[in-house]
Write a protein that binds this ligand. Structure first.
Ligand code: XIL
Length: 333
């Protein structure tokens, strides 16, 4: 079975996975990634983040990011789409960015950074997550160095710099808890929509919104809720995508049971089903363009190390065995 192949037949542009560099030398991992044709798109998990590209100002390290980009070119089933991630985020910053800058200096820093990334990968990125997670759970703008120097303008500025530097990439705003108002205590969705309208009113070029979809089993919004939120965002942008899907058990109770995995499978079905469903409402036009999982195997999921006591969030288990979530998603296609 091949998720990407059937996702394409069901009207998506790709079914993809995120990948981090240490995995590229693991044969078993690579045989699923490349050998089976399950994935038609890759996203680097960490390689393109600012601190990995330019830890020292003006000194660029492209090795890891290029390794992921080259992996997207190789492999069974031909070239994979590359979703590039991410230009401007409040985390993953080198320490030299984490200080106070004037507006003018921050504009220079952002211009250089965005141009370097966009030019280096020009022609290779289907999409760029230009700005990632600018708004917190309460709907408040995160006090990043960029925000402190430029206020909300840093967002428009970043999108327009990216648009000039790589006019062919789709430019995305990417965030979590956008899937339903039930997922955040504050008005995150309405604040995000207002931000997108402001950016557009300021002449900003923004094509898409990425729904990260880091979710918890049993707390996943219904397909209809997700469709309705996607429709709201599609009034502001041309397309949406599921960009970092994983659905963790929270808390994770071991040993895991078949019932836990079945509940997770139903939740995966709601999210991927929403992406398929939303496309039906636009005269056959593709509006939710694709789904990316934030790695495919529990063996390498970011969850247990960064969100302790939670986990088993992926479609393949620790031993690369496909879980019920895999079959539920495949059956949707
Ligand atoms: C995470 C990675 O998975 C971790 O390896 C890293 O330590 C921190 O970042 N939202 C995002 C991703 O946009 O970039 C984050 O990735 C997960 C949350």
């Amino acid at each position: 079975a091949q998720l990407d192949k059937y996702a394409k037949l069901a009207g998506l542009s790709y079914f993809g996975t995120a990948v981090d560099n240490p995995r590229l030398s693991n044969e078993q991992y690579m045989s699923v990634l490349q050998g089976s044709g399950e994935f038609g798109s890759l996203t680097p998990i960490n390689a393109q983040k600012w601190k990995n590209i330019e830890e020292v100002q003006g000194v660029f390290t492209w090795t890891e990011a290029d390794a992921v980009a080259n992996t997207a070119k190789a492999g069974v089933g031909g070239t994979k789409t590359l979703r590039c991630h991410t230009m401007v985020w409040y985390k993953g910053l080198p320490s030299w960015v984490e200080t106070t800058y004037s507006r003018a200096d921050m504009e220079k820093i952002l211009t250089a950074h965005i141009q370097n990334l966009a030019w280096h990968f020009k022609g290779r990125c289907y999409a760029w997550d230009v700005v990632n997670e600018a708004i917190d759970d309460n709907g408040v703008f995160r006090q990043s160095p960029m925000y402190k120097a430029m206020g909300l303008d840093f967002i428009t500025f970043s999108f327009n710099t990216a648009a000039k530097a790589d006019p062919s990439a789709k430019l995305y705003y990417n965030d979590y808890a956008l899937e339903s108002p039930s997922l955040s205590p504050g008005p995150k969705i309405s604040i995000t929509l207002a931000m997108l309208r402001t950016v557009k009113a300021q002449g900003g070029t923004i094509h898409g919104v990425g729904f990260q979809s880091h979710l918890k089993v049993g707390l996943v919004p219904s397909r209809a809720e997700i469709v309705s939120t996607m429709q709201q965002f599609l009034e502001a942008v041309d397309e949406v995508a599921i960009t970092e899907l994983d659905i963790r058990h929270s808390p994770l109770k071991l040993p895991s049971t078949r019932a836990m995995w079945d509940a997770q499978a139903r939740d995966y079905g709601e999210v991927v089903g929403a992406c398929l469903e939303v496309n039906k409402g636009y005269g056959g036009g593709r509006k939710c363009v694709g789904v990316t999982v934030w790695d495919f195997t529990d063996k390498y999921s970011w969850v247990p190390s960064e969100i302790p006591t939670e986990g088993e969030a992926c479609m393949w288990d620790n031993n690369y065995v496909k879980k019920p979530a895999y079959w539920t998603v495949l059956n949707l296609f």
